[in-house]
Design a protein around this ligand. Structure first.
Ligand SMILES: Cc1cc2nc3c(=O)[nH]c(=O)nc-3n(C[C@H](O)[C@H](O)[C@H](O)COP(=O)(O)OP(=O)(O)OC[C@H]3O[C@@H](n4cnc5c(N)ncnc54)[C@H](O)[C@@H]3O)c2cc1C
Length: 423
């Protein structure tokens, strides 16, 4: 019996329970559906699609060229394929955050097609795969063909399993030695963080295979800082398994949104972080938290709009993790960008790299150019005046040292669990 495997955000052939289960049942029809309306939503971007497109091309290679890619509403596409190829069973991995799953399940029930949704992390065997005969795989369009605007991300990570495996390998064999310190310095972070998040978000690597490889490496590293770093890495991986929260809504303005998204807040460290994010599509946890804190607490930007702007910059955008973390930062004490800049970029090298227009300023003027006569001629011309004075913004937000900050103008539908990561 032919079996359709619906791929969503688990884009690999290895360690894929649904594909393995289908392969044991009969010839397989592997499908990925592009829903054009989904890709024009406000939290979606060309860089996400570009990463995903490379991942799909790689997956097609893993499936000996047999991955079908089709455009349209998932239920229409899958119903058509089931009719055409006489399919009575669809197998997929559970993914509550991906659209269309409920519609397809409901259609399948009505149409007498068996619907099997396997839990993430279920066991996957390794049998040989046979494919349904005479498949026409179809083109994998670029971002423009899907109506997305150009999104230059010059240092974006490459998508696909081969790229993910190389990254994992480099991390486990060398880079993870500095993992415990990765978030203590903005420049170190790129090297010592795993940067595996886009591969985990789109599933070119399974969280389970990464966790197993890290555990093996931890045993080899024996004791000491390296092993402790790998334990910390595994505890972060485990944070992926938490239940979804409903996105936060709230009041706030839109007027500073464009300047924020462009990295033109006039706060040098914040702008350097934003420009790094624009150029790479990736940021460590602490710097993402800083951006959210600046957007919500200092600039008082509407949380939905701020969340969408940050989501668009992320190649690893995962709505579940993103909403939960946005809520956590909204509830936390506001962060002060100046002490954070002093801690995370003590020599100013990160800020100077990403804001070349300020590179010549001496250290004492770099993070507060509005206070320096030397920087005055630049302001409002080559570099913006600050949108806010962070000290005033914090006073206005009523921050008290050590106090938990609760803002009445955010609506939090479900309170996030306490997480292990420091902001
Ligand atoms: C406001 C905000 C938004 C975020 N949005 C996303 C997002 O859209 N997608 C995303 O993958 N991560 C998100 N994170 C979590 C975290 O910042 C990133 O996973 C991390 O920076 C990715 O870098 P890395 O792969 O080097 O992480 P590592 O430190 O190497 O961690 C390994 C893996 O563990 C997982 N992980 C780490 N931290 C978390 C966490 N807090 N919750 C759940 N899983 C975690 C990720 O898959 C990550 O790749 C967000 C954090 C904040 C503060």
């Amino acid at each position: 019996m032919n079996v359709l495997v619906w791929f969503r955000r688990d884009l690999r052939a290895f360690d894929h329970p649904a594909l393995a289960a289908a392969g044991a049942m009969g010839p397989v029809l592997p499908v990925f559906v592009i829903e054009p309306d989904f890709w024009t939503q406000a939290d979606r971007s060309g860089r996400q699609w570009a990463f995903l497109r490379e991942t799909l091309l790689d997956l097609r290679g893993q499936l000996r060229g047999q991955l079908l890619v089709r455009q349209g509403a998932a239920v229409t596409v899958l119903a058509g394929l089931c009719r055409k190829h006489r399919i009575r069973r669809i197998v997929t991995m559970a993914d509550a955050a991906w659209p269309g799953g409920c519609d397809v399940a409901e259609w399948a029930r009505g149409a007498g097609v068996e619907w099997l949704e396997l839990p993430q992390g279920a066991d996957a065997g390794q049998g040989a795969l046979n494919f349904v005969a005479d498949l026409a795989p179809g083109p994998i369009p670029d971002a423009r063909s899907l109506g997305m605007v150009d999104d230059r991300c010059p240092h974006r990570q490459a998508g696909g399993r081969a790229a993910g495996q190389a990254l994992l390998d480099g991390f486990l064999t060398h880079r993870s030695q500095g993992y415990q310190q990765a978030e203590t310095h903005a420049l170190l972070s790129e090297r010592a963080s795993s940067r595996l998040s886009p591969h985990l978000a789109w599933g070119s690597l399974s969280a389970r295979e990464v966790a197993l490889a890290a555990a093996e490496r931890q045993v080899a590293a024996n004791h000491g800082d390296w092993a402790a770093g790998l334990r910390l890495f595994q505890s972060r991986l485990a944070l992926r398994d938490q239940s979804p929260v409903v996105p936060m809504t709230g009041q706030g303005a839109a007027h500073d949104l464009d300047a924020f998204a462009a990295g033109e807040t006039g706060l040098p460290f914040v702008d350097a972080v934003l420009r790094y994010f624009q150029a790479t599509g990736w940021l460590n946890h602490r710097l993402r938290a800083l951006l959210v804190s600046i957007a919500l607490h200092h600039l008082r930007i509407n949380p939905t709009l701020a969340g969408q702007a940050l989501a668009r910059l992320s190649t690893d955008y995962d709505p579940t993790i993103h909403s939960r973390e946005m809520q956590r930062v909204a509830l936390a004490r506001p962060l002060h960008p100046l002490p954070l800049a002093a801690r995370l970029d003590p020599t100013g090298s990160f800020t100077r790299r990403w804001l070349p227009e300020l590179a010549h300023l001496p250290d004492d003027a770099l993070q507060q150019p509005w206070k320096s006569p030397l920087a005055r001629p630049l302001l409002g011309r080559r570099y913006p005046e600050p949108l806010v004075d962070p000290n005033q913004a914090l006073r206005r937000a009523g921050a008290r040292k050590g106090a938990t900050h609760r803002r009445p103008d955010f609506t939090l539908i479900e309170c996030p669990r306490q997480l292990a990561l420091p902001l």
